[in-house]
Design a protein around this ligand. Structure first.
Ligand SMILES: [Zn+2]
Length: 179
């Protein structure tokens, strides 16, 4: 059987196709893929990019009433070493990124009001000079998922500086019980 057997030319396996589509849509960023693969290997099952939920969470764990966002530090204006406000068109970027932050914050609020708990994993936890070991980040993530009492939390790079970048950071509750 070939791709040209008259039944269509779709020669991609479902995995290849979703990989391909995700590239087109610019989602599956690398840190997210690492976390996803690790969680899947450990038996966690999830839905991806559920557009029916506020903020379209990257991973949704319906039975655990839990969602995970893996946030790029630039686009979500994280107050960390990975974030630099572009030198040109500062006002444009400030407004754009502030709007992103506000959207993130209201999505989290709406999710919580809907009975979901939320984990934000920041890119800097896994990338750049503040990055932590993948195992440590992954364990924290898996523990949070497994603990049905764990509240909304975030995982970020170590030793975050108090850098000021001109974008008002919104805060989310760090419900981690240990740190
Ligand atoms: Zn960051």
């Amino acid at each position: 059987m070939t791709a040209c057997d008259g039944r269509g030319v779709d020669v991609l396996t479902p995995t290849q196709r979703s990989l391909c589509m995700s590239r087109i849509r610019g989602r599956d960023t690398k840190p997210e893929m690492l976390i996803r693969r690790g969680l899947f290997a450990r038996g966690f099952r999830y839905r991806l990019h559920d557009g029916t939920l506020p903020g379209r969470p990257d991973l949704v764990f319906p039975a655990r009433r839990a969602v995970i966002f893996v946030h790029g530090c630039f686009w979500h204006a994280h107050d960390c070493a990975l974030f630099t406000l572009p030198a040109t068109r500062r006002e444009f970027w400030e407004n754009k990124l502030r709007a992103n932050r506000e959207r993130d914050a209201s999505a989290i609020t709406a999710l919580e009001q809907g009975g979901w708990r939320v984990l934000v994993i920041w890119e800097c936890a896994l990338k750049g000079r503040m990055k932590r070991s993948f195992d440590e980040v992954f364990d924290e993530c898996a523990c949070w998922l497994a603990d049905s009492g764990a509240e909304t939390a975030e995982i970020q790079g170590s030793g975050q500086a108090d850098g000021s970048h001109g974008v008002e950071p919104t805060s989310i509750t760090d419900g981690r019980k240990r740190q």
